[in-house]
Design a protein around this ligand. Structure first.
Ligand SMILES: Cc1cc2nc3c(=O)[nH]c(=O)nc-3n(C[C@H](O)[C@H](O)[C@H](O)COP(=O)(O)O)c2cc1C
Length: 388
C-alpha cells in the first residue's frame, strides 16, 4: 500500500458510482470552504498582511523551481518516511499551528477534529496556543501519535512556564516557539471588517483553563471582558536573543523556533541550543514586503549544516500540493507543514474533508517521486531541481 494508491481508491469509488466528495484543486477548495465558514472567519483565515503580495509570493515561489524527471529508476514503492525527534513519520508532513482551527467546524471543536485527522493520516498536529479546547483534550484526541505544541510566549513568564509544563504533561513531543507574532501584523481585510476572534473571547481555552491565567484574572470565574482584557495585556512578549536561555530552560522537550528566515538567525539559534528550525513567514499574515518563504529555505538549511548540526528544518508558507512538498524537500526541508489547505478541508467537510486534503497531498508527492524517478527522500537533493 502506497500513498499513491489513494488514486486507485478514488477511481474504483467512481466505478462504483461514488464521485469524490471534496475538490482536488486548491482554488476550488478555498472558495467552497470560505463559503461554508461564517463571515467573521473568512477574512481572518484567507487574509494576509498589507496588499498580500508576500502571501501570493509564497505560492508563486514554487513555480520558479522545476523537478527534472529521471528515467529507468522506477520503483513500485517510494519511501517518504522521516525520523523527527525520535519518532518515525510515514510521510514528511505536519499540520501547521492554526489558532482559529477550533472555530472552523460548526461544533467549534476544530482543534479536537484536527487531532482526529492526525490519527487518521499519521500527520502530526502542531497545536496552537490559541485553541478552542484545552491542550490536554486535544492531546487526548491525538492519542499516542506524535503531536507538537506551539507557544505564543506570553509576557507573564509564570504563564509561559505553566503552558509549557501542561504541554509536557499532556504528552506533546516538542515545543514550537513562534517568534514572528509578538505583535499582530497589519491586516487590511481584518481591519476593514473589525475581525479579531480573540478580542471576542474566542480560541482562548488554553488561557481560561490555566491556573496561572485564572489567578491573573482574579479567579477561575472571571467575566468574559476581564478574560479578554487580561489576555490582551499578556499575549505578545517582544522576545530577544537574551530570552532564549530562559525559553530553553522551560522544557527538556525538543525546542523548535518558528519564523526563522535568515541564515544568521538559524545559525545563532543552533549555536544557542535549539533543537529544530522552522522556516516560515506565517503564510504572509505577519509582514508584507518579503519574498516567498521558499526563497529563504536553502540558505537556512545551509546555515544549519554549517553550524555542524543535523537539526531538522521544518518549512511552511504557500504549500498547496504534493509537488510543492517534494520541491521543499529537495531544497533541504526535513518536513513540510500544511497550513490553510487542511483548515479549508475541515471547514468544508469536517474530519473526512481534511483527511482528503492531506491524503491528496501525500498521494501526489508519492506519485511524482515515482514518475520522476526519485524513489526516496535521500534521492531528493538540489540536483533534482532546476531554477526557472
Ligand atoms: C488563520 C490562521 C491562523 C494561524 N494561527 C497560527 C498560530 O496560532 N500559531 C502559529 O505559529 N502560526 C499560525 N498561523 C501560521 C501557520 O502556522 C502557517 O505558518 C501558515 O498557515 C503557512 O501559510 P499557508 O497556510 O498559506 O501555507 C496561522 C495561519 C492561519 C492561516
Amino acid at each position: 500500500m502506497t500513498f499513491g494508491d489513494y488514486q486507485i481508491e478514488l477511481y474504483l469509488g467512481a466505478l462504483g458510482g461514488t464521485l469524490p466528495a471534496h475538490p482536488f484543486d486548491y482554488s476550488e477548495l478555498e472558495a467552497n470552504a470560505l463559503a461554508a465558514l461564517p463571515p467573521e472567519l473568512r477574512t481572518y483565515v484567507a487574509g494576509g498582511s498589507g496588499n498580500e503580495a508576500t502571501q501570493r509570493a509564497n505560492v508563486e515561489a514554487f513555480d520558479r523551481w522545476a523537478l527534472v524527471p529521471r528515467m529507468l529508476n522506477a520503483h513500485a514503492e517510494r519511501d517518504l518516511s522521516v525520523e523527527l525527534f525520535g519518532r518515525t513519520l510515514t510521510s514528511p508532513l505536519l499540520m501547521a499551528p492554526v489558532g482559529v482551527v477550533g472555530l472552523c467546524t460548526p461544533d467549534q471543536h476544530g482543534d479536537i477534529h484536527a487531532a482526529e485527522v492526525s490519527v487518521a493520516t499519521g500527520v502530526p498536529l502542531i497545536g496552537s496556543t490559541l485553541m478552542s479546547d484545552p491542550l490536554e483534550d486535544v492531546a487526548a484526541a491525538a492519542g499516542d501519535g506524535p503531536k507538537w505544541f506551539q507557544l505564543y510566549t506570553p509576557k507573564n513568564r509564570e504563564l509561559a512556564a505553566s503552558l509549557v509544563s501542561r504541554a509536557e504533561a499532556a504528552g506533546y513531543d516538542a515545543i514550537v516557539i513562534t517568534l514572528d507574532t509578538w505583535v499582530p501584523g497589519w491586516r487590511p481585510r481584518d481591519l476593514a471588517s473589525g475581525n479579531f476572534p480573540q478580542l471576542r473571547g474566542k480560541a482562548l481555552a488554553n488561557y481560561t483553563s490555566d491556573p496561572v491565567f485564572q489567578e491573573m484574572c482574579g479567579g477561575p470565574d472571571a467575566d468574559p471582558s476581564t478574560v479578554v482584557f487580561t489576555w490582551v495585556g499578556t499575549f505578545g512578549n517582544p522576545l530577544t536573543w537574551d530570552d532564549l536561555p530562559w525559553l530553553r530552560s522551560l522544557t527538556s522537550l525538543p525546542l523548535v523556533l518558528k519564523g526563522i528566515c535568515h541564515p544568521d538567525d538559524a545559525r545563532r539559534a543552533i549555536d544557542e541550543g535549539v533543537d529544530g528550525i522552522y522556516c516560515s513567514n506565517h503564510g504572509g499574515r505577519q509582514a508584507n514586503g518579503g519574498g516567498g518563504a521558499l526563497e529563504w529555505l536553502p540558505d537556512v538549511v545551509d546555515a544549519v549544516a554549517a553550524a555542524g548540526s543535523d537539526a531538522p528544518v521544518v518549512f511552511d508558507s504557500g504549500v498547496r500540493t504534493g509537488v510543492d512538498v517534494v520541491k521543499a524537500l529537495a531544497l533541504g526541508a526535513t518536513a513540510v507543514a500544511i497550513g490553510r489547505p487542511y483548515v479549508y478541508g475541515l471547514a468544508l467537510g469536517g474530519v473526512p474533508g481534511a483527511v482528503h486534503v492531506l491524503r491528496s497531498i501525500q498521494a501526489e508527492a508519492d506519485l511524482v517521486m515515482g514518475v520522476d524517478g526519485y524513489p526516496s527522500r535521500a534521492d531528493l537533493t538540489r540536483d533534482a531541481l532546476r531554477r526557472l
